[in-house]
Design a binder for this molecule. Structure first.
Ligand SMILES: Nc1ncnc2c1ncn2[C@@H]1O[C@H](COP(=O)(O)OP(=O)(O)OP(=O)(O)O)[C@@H](O)[C@H]1O
Ligand SMILES: Nc1ncnc2c1ncn2[C@@H]1O[C@H](COP(=O)(O)OP(=O)(O)OP(=O)(O)O)[C@@H](O)[C@H]1O
Ligand SMILES: [Mg+2]
Ligand SMILES: [Mg+2]
Lengths: 258, 258
């Protein structure tokens, strides 16, 4: 199998990158060959896995704009079985430069197809920036599945209408098979009633679409990137590690069933 | 005095709206006449102060695009001395519609000037969306001061380069007097070492520019908008209320000195 999962939500700071890093690392730990594609000019996924952005000549920007192959951009990480196609600040211009390109939303999908002729990754994960711009659209068009992380805060559900309608339009016109793999409740602070209230809201509204395990607020998760490590290597017994292992198990179940 | 303060940071979820609501409410409580201008299509400042968005015919979108006066858009809030010019989802289109308008970054400034011929507000605060687009530029061009809320998380400093260079360019070309009133450390979780580390980093780097009081992470602050109340009315003795009173005091000192 070769499955591609985009991690999307135009809301800032709802744990897309933390999910991208830790879900891909846990899948790699389980023995799958995993590629993480960083599609955010902020490059936090790349930085959090120890990529030296300054020293890396080509990035996903070159794949989208300069016709580079993904294989020219891919490097190993310190996590066994996990490779990364890193980002850099040039991606901030990609949105504008793609505007007039023919098939501008399909560039990444074609690049992944070409890569698959040479290199087999069982899981490809894409970390998106907090926007629904042309770069993020490339991720949704390339993906088999979308994971939507949502912070359990008041108002978090409202931003999702726009994301869902974007996915519907992509499904209708560009990628007929894309599906939502699941909604992931993140930054869940179990001591607070507002967190529980929003989690109930999410579960009542989206039902089986919601991953069973919410990702709890856990300080270890915001420390791990400082040490360039995924949570299961930085703090193996932490709540954060437990939550991401549980998510990984559920992602495997939901994707293998298809 | 009539002072205009824009609350800006293109990073999502770093407490712009929470700061806009509570700083403007505390200033109003101190007896100042305050106007809060909501410039975010998500309209969280408007919602958090109890505005019925569906029932409100005109919004700041109409001020930017349809030549409406701010006075047509302003309504009272349940907080004495605090009025609001509310937002709605139409603002999402303003960025594109403004692109070809002459003087497109100066529309709000002119609207505020016209308002001042009729209505005196000692403080006008502007809540911005998490972007540096044309709508946010209108806020920076209209402002005497900018407050920059920054979450005390790893990476939070990096996004600030772009914001600072944007303010520099505005200062150079469109608004020669705009100044940074201060950097506000937000969502400061004093139990975690990463929070302290980032706070030290911010204070070492920006020195006197940093407001003395960080805003601590306090659950009451994320509950207050559910009840459509500012923190000092929702939870008067909470850490969140204390922090915003301290900030208000410091904002008054820094703006009255000029
Ligand atoms: N479950 C968690 N517990 C504690 N901290 C977390 C958790 N998830 C994320 N964080 C921290 O919150 C901040 C934002 O998380 P992250 O970068 O993953 O969000 P994002 O959605 O990728 O943000 P952006 O929209 O800017 O790309 C980071 O400092 C991260 O370390
Ligand atoms: N100091 C705090 N303590 C606890 N919760 C907070 C605090 N500040 C903000 N929050 C909560 O965090 C979330 C994000 O805050 P807020 O909406 O103020 O950020 P923002 O910068 O305006 O976000 P956006 O970029 O989406 O406009 C909200 O649910 C809010 O209630
Ligand atoms: Mg991210
Ligand atoms: Mg806001």
């Amino acid at each position: 199998q070769q499955i591609c999962i985009a991690i999307c939500n135009q809301k800032g700071g709802c744990s897309k990158t933390t999910t991208a890093i830790n879900l891909s690392s846990c899948l790699a730990e389980k023995g799958y060959r995993v590629l993480l594609i960083d599609l955010d000019a902020q490059a936090h996924a790349s930085l959090g896995l120890g990529v030296d952005i300054e020293q890396t000549e080509k990035s996903t920007y070159d794949v989208l704009i300069n016709n580079a192959g993904l294989e020219d951009v891919i490097q190993k990480t310190s996590v066994k079985n996990l490779d990364i196609a890193s980002a850099n600040v040039s991606l901030a211009d990609a949105q504008l430069e793609l505007a007039t390109v023919l098939g501008r939303e399909s560039i990444l999908r074609i690049a992944i197809h070409k890569l698959r002729l040479r290199k087999k990754y069982q899981y490809t994960l894409i970390d998106c920036s907090p926007s629904l711009n042309l770069v993020t659209l490339n991720a949704i068009v390339a993906a088999d599945y979308v994971i939507i992380p949502v912070q359990t805060h008041y108002y978090s559900l409202e931003g999702m209408k726009e994301l869902f309608s974007t996915i519907d339009i992509v499904k209708e016109r560009l990628n007929f098979d894309v599906k939502i793999l699941g909604i992931l409740a993140t930054l869940f602070d179990k001591r607070t009633k507002v967190s529980h209230r929003v989690l109930d809201q999410i579960q009542n509204y989206f039902k089986d679409l919601v991953f069973r395990t919410p990702i709890h607020y856990n300080v270890k998760l915001c420390e791990a990137p400082i040490y360039k490590k995924p949570i299961h290597l930085y703090a193996r017994t932490s709540q954060g590690a437990k939550d991401y292992w549980a998510l990984t198990q559920e992602v495997i179940e939901r994707t293998l069933a298809k």
